[in-house]
Ligand binder design. Sequence first.
Ligand code: SAH
Length: 329
Amino acid sequence: MDLKLLENTLAGRGEPRFRAGQVWEWTARGAGSYEEMTNLPAALREGLAGELPFSTLSLVDEALARDGTEKALFETHDGRPVEAVLMRYRDGRRSLCLSSQSGCPLTCTFCATGQMKFGRNLTASEILDQALHFRRKEEVNHAVFMGMGEPLMNLDNVLAACERLPDLGITPRRTAISTVGWIPGIKRMTQEGPPVRLALSLHAADETLRSQLMPVNERYPLPDVLEACLRWWEARRQPVFVEYLMLDGVNDRYEQAVKLAELLEPREAFKVNLIPYNPTDAAYDGSTRGAIDAFRAALEEHGVRATVRLTRGRDIDAACGQLAARNAT
Ligand code: SAH
């Protein structure tokens, strides 16, 4: 729902200001239409239904994976594709993976989103409408900005969406923003961001290799990025979650784990999450399970905390790095 348009529409109808709050309250709790908002006068409900689309996004396609992960493909009013994912875990966790942009202007070589055409930044309402789509199905409690796009390149809208997520049941502590290392965004987050978690897509401890995998490294070199992450840790005493994609024969050797461990000082400031590679059209193979376990052991031997990410939704191309809105292109 376009929340600015909602306010304007209500003002245009001469409605009191509290009406916008009422509409939002229903919407955030999973209402599916204005009709359900029974504390609004019937004429207003009808009027809104005629004037104001209930969502800024139209649903184009949905897919359900064997593990319960669900992916939705939407289109914005100007025809831009957007994907979002709901991950369901046995312990009751319901985690949303949200997109901040349609496509992505960065061209990380291993990521399907980086290969599609960049559209534009999403508005705060377009980000929230992804979450609301799933909230209408069931209660949700976690969100990660790990869908399409680089959230720190669209920080105003991402932060505006984050301000409203608690109304859907997702607190800042249960919200994670993931970045390639967009330094101006990390700095701003450190100063004025809500108490969310910060994740850094690192993927290679070696500068040359990292630039090959992620061209953005030329603009914001790793030492500067890590410096910005340290400032975050010092200001917040919250670790930065380092994401490290495991690519067979590319970045998964023992000495590369040692090099990574050397970078992550002090130890308390970082937690590593090793990510099994999800197939895309790119010419990489994922590391074997054995190689991932060995890499993790090498990190831990050097005192670095590391976990291996559970892969979800791979059979419907809903896993990390697989969002490319194929149906829409
Ligand atoms: N642009 C931000 C937000 C997207 S997060 C960022 O890069 O952090 C998406 C995560 O999935 C990133 O950590 C990204 O590196 C990872 N990823 C990309 N392609 C992948 C793939 N094919 N398999 C597994 N993870 C991938």
